[in-house]
Ligand binder design. Structure first.
Ligand code: SF4
Length: 438
């Protein structure tokens, strides 16, 4: 029970990565990972305020913790991440059960802050955005038998899309040194990791803030040379920063998987302008055409926001047209929600909720047709699959992914996990494929 920590995470992959790194730092300071709240002496809630849904869930979790603290006053409860950064000490007033509020710039200080709380029995708020500290080099210890891993290559963003809270809660863009990233990936590969996903809010602008400047394709080339590593992925990228060099990298860098997640957000130029996205639908389509010219089978996924303030039927139709024209392999759709403090939250021409839901359903139906048709084209093909885990389907099935990021389930022995094997695709579903191991 002593010095055991349970971290609950809300939101995106970036937050998963932050939670994992916090856990590793705490483990190196003598903590063990608790399996549940009941076994923990420290509970950390890592929050996200990028979408309303994740924010609501995080707040309701913070409320629930009041009962745990009442039953166990020695329990230390902390809140981290975007909500902590945004709300700071206001959270202590609202949730008296909290002992620690730690913002996005100070996650590496969590072990020291917990010691201070224990020593002085005082509450601490640490949301200072000066002296930003990236994860210390060499601090990452990969798990045994880990097959895939995230690697953060940069933090923050300064694109100021009008709907987005990230630049306010994660600060300006900062890239990690290339040598530090390569060193981390080397250690992952040595421990048996086969695939890395490079993470950042806008990975394709990587290196701009470094001296001397570096580029994302340079980083990809350096990682490509690491022995033992088989696959490289990245997320998320901004269409305005998709350079001709990065498009060529998909052809030239053999470990770079043929998949890109390139958020379009809307097919209407009027809406894109109000979103401050800095590209037009035509420019986006031109980049998609260039990608497909370079790598015809590349799979393309995207994010779309429905019901942005002022979005008309005509604007929404432009989104449907763009979706049909690109033929995305998959789409993540979001209903617009106000993020306090952003420019769009001040727009007065909000789209009524019912209309947003109708548009969301229409878009979802359209994409379902496209996703199934895309997956059906793969039936009969033989594809290399990196097996990652047991499938949820049955104990005899194992699950992995193609280079194009399609999930494949196949009857296979458990020892196949961690290896790449050929699978003949037999059936297509909306979000996955199934097939026979050759
Ligand atoms: S690029 Fe835009 S949407 Fe993405 S994190 Fe930056 S501000 Fe937010």
């Amino acid at each position: 029970m002593k010095n055991s920590v349970f971290i609950k995470t809300f939101g995106c992959q970036m937050n998963d990565y932050d939670s994992y790194r916090m856990l590793k730092l705490l483990e190196s300071s003598g903590y063990t990972a608790a399996a549940s709240y009941d076994e923990a002496s420290v509970i950390l809630i890592n929050t996200c305020s990028v979408r309303e849904k994740a924010e609501v869930k995080a707040y309701s979790e913070l409320g629930r913790l009041k009962f745990l603290k009442r039953n166990n006053p020695a329990l230390i409860i902390g809140v981290a991440g975007c909500i902590a950064q945004q709300e700071g000490k206001k959270l202590l007033g609202k949730y008296p059960q909290l002992d620690l509020v730690v913002g996005t710039y100070a996650l590496t200080k969590v072990p020291a802050l917990l010691s201070q709380i224990r020593g002085r029995r005082q509450k601490i708020v640490c949301t200072d955005m000066n002296g930003a500290e990236m994860y210390p080099a060499g601090s990452y210890v990969p798990e045994k038998h880990q097959i895939t891993s995230f690697v953060s290559i940069m933090q923050g963003c300064e694109n100021y899309c009008s709907y987005c809270i990230v630049p306010f809660v994660r600060g300006p863009e900062r890239s990690r040194e290339m040598t530090e990233i390569v060193d981390e990936v080397c250690r992952l590969a040595e421990s048996g990791v086969k695939e890395v996903t490079l993470l950042g809010q806008n990975v394709n602008s990587y290196g701009r803030t470094l001296t001397p400047q570096r580029t994302f394709p340079e980083l990809l080339a350096a990682i490509n040379a690491i022995p033992g590593l088989e696959r490289i992925r990245f997320t998320t990228s901004h269409p305005k920063d998709l350079s001709p060099e990065l498009i060529e990298a998909f052809r030239d860098i053999d470990k770079l998987c043929e998949h890109i997640h390139l958020p379009l957000q809307s097919g209407s130029d009027r809406v894109l302008r109000r979103m401050n996205r800095k590209y037009t639908a035509a420019e986006y389509l031109k980049k998609i055409a260039a990608l497909r010219k370079m790598v015809p089978d590349i799979s393309i996924t995207s994010d779309m926001i429905v019901g942005f303030p002022g979005e008309t039927e005509e604007n929404f139709q432009a989104t449907l047209d763009a979706v049909a024209e690109v033929g995305f392999d998959d789409l993540f759709f979001f209903r617009y929600s106000d993020r306090p403090g952003t420019k769009a939250s001040g727009f007065t021409d909000k789209v009524p909720y019912e209309i947003m839901i109708q548009r969301l359903t229409t878009l979802k139906d359209k994409q379902t047709e496209i996703s199934i048709a895309k997956n059906k084209r793969l039936v009969g093909m033989t594809l290399p699959v990196l097996f990652e885990e047991k499938s949820q389907r049955s104990p005899e099935h194992m699950a992995g992914r193609t280079r194009t990021n399609k999930v494949v389930n196949s009857m296979a022995p458990e020892r196949i996990i961690g290896t790449t094997a050929l699978v003949k695709i037999e059936r297509a579903h909306i979000h996955s494929l199934s097939g026979k191991l050759l």
